[in-house]
Design a protein around this ligand. Sequence first.
Ligand SMILES: NC(=O)c1ccc[n+]([C@@H]2O[C@H](COP(=O)([O-])OP(=O)(O)OC[C@H]3O[C@@H](n4cnc5c(N)ncnc54)[C@H](O)[C@@H]3O)[C@@H](O)[C@H]2O)c1
Ligand SMILES: [Zn+2]
Length: 366
Amino acid sequence: MSKITVHLAQTVDRSYRIEVKPGALDSLAAFILRQRRGSKVFIITDSNVEMLVGRKIQRKMYEAGLETLLLSFPAGEKSKNQRIVHALHTQLLAGDIRRDSLIVALGGGVVGDVAGYVAATISRGVAFIQVPTTLLSQVDSSVGGKVGINHPRGKNLIGAFHQPMAVFVDPDVLRTLPQREFCSGLAEVVKIAAALDRRLFQFLERNAHRVSKSNPKLLTEIISRCVALKAAVVEADEFESGLRRSLNLGHTIGHAIESSTNYSINHGEAVAIGLVTESTVAHRMGLLSSRELDRLISLLKKLGLPTGMPQLRNTTKFFSSLSADKKSVGGRAKYVLLSAIGSCVIGVDVSTTLVQNVVMESRRVR
Ligand SMILES: NC(=O)c1ccc[n+]([C@@H]2O[C@H](COP(=O)([O-])OP(=O)(O)OC[C@H]3O[C@@H](n4cnc5c(N)ncnc54)[C@H](O)[C@@H]3O)[C@@H](O)[C@H]2O)c1
Ligand SMILES: [Zn+2]
């Protein structure tokens, strides 16, 4: 018998830049040209974004001399599945994708997750750029390299870590975003502030009435602060073994709401409800004061977000989704709980009965 060690030192610098500025999209083609990657550029987008900006960007790339193919799939969470991934793999192979090609993920969090997963898996990994077009993807999902799809057993259960080579955040593209989607993005903003930054939370409380799609200056500031926080967390804990788990605040319950309502409640809305429900659990456990809980609920309401549990047609599915959560250990869900605005505790073992009680009470006072 022999013992051989495979020494794997990290030799490649995978650092990347995140550009947050109105008009950032105008510099995308020039940036790609500077990378001098061999063959084609493949833009992956969804059916809405294709029409709104996708074709325009493809034309700009073409004018800059880049051979560009645009692939699109039906918009919406239900497209985060194996069938769409397979179809994209097939189209990329038909388009002669090579390891030195480049994929551009142009769209919201669904496109970022799907296109990123496709980029991670095709030809054992092709470079990709994130171009987020929803508030949610600009403040959160485009940074950090978590990519993946859903499985009938639960949300985001299939995936990989694949960091982008750059992120282009252009707040101007948010002008066409439906109000419901805009609010949904604000839920992740509140999550980031509540989990990590008390001053950002206070800033949001003071400015809640001014937050809107037509206030690009304020939006750019909020997006930049969120992205800086997320970048720092990813730098400290890329593979989510500790600190990064704090960004799952509100998501254990949030994911179960999404999958048990068959995704009729969108991600941000489910996160808002998850934040309140999980923080109520934290309060009952003596971790969070009632004043801080009230501040959280009040800010979410001011930003147009739901805070009470929806009518669940299938409570069994909801509670079984909770235990299918990736964060669970030995069949028990592990929670990230708020201990004060701006700080949280990771890996808390919570009694199932307490969660059930809080969920049922929240349904009654909806
Ligand atoms: N990978 C991560 O770290 C991470 C983090 C948070 C959320 N997520 C994932 O992100 C997803 C949610 O993302 P989302 O809220 O962006 O949803 P989404 O991608 O479905 O976008 C929402 C809707 O807005 C449309 N849209 C996108 N850009 C637009 C624009 N500029 N103008 C008009 N319409 C536009 C889309 O076509 C879609 O209909 C979830 O699947 C969630 O799991 C991932
Ligand atoms: Zn999220």
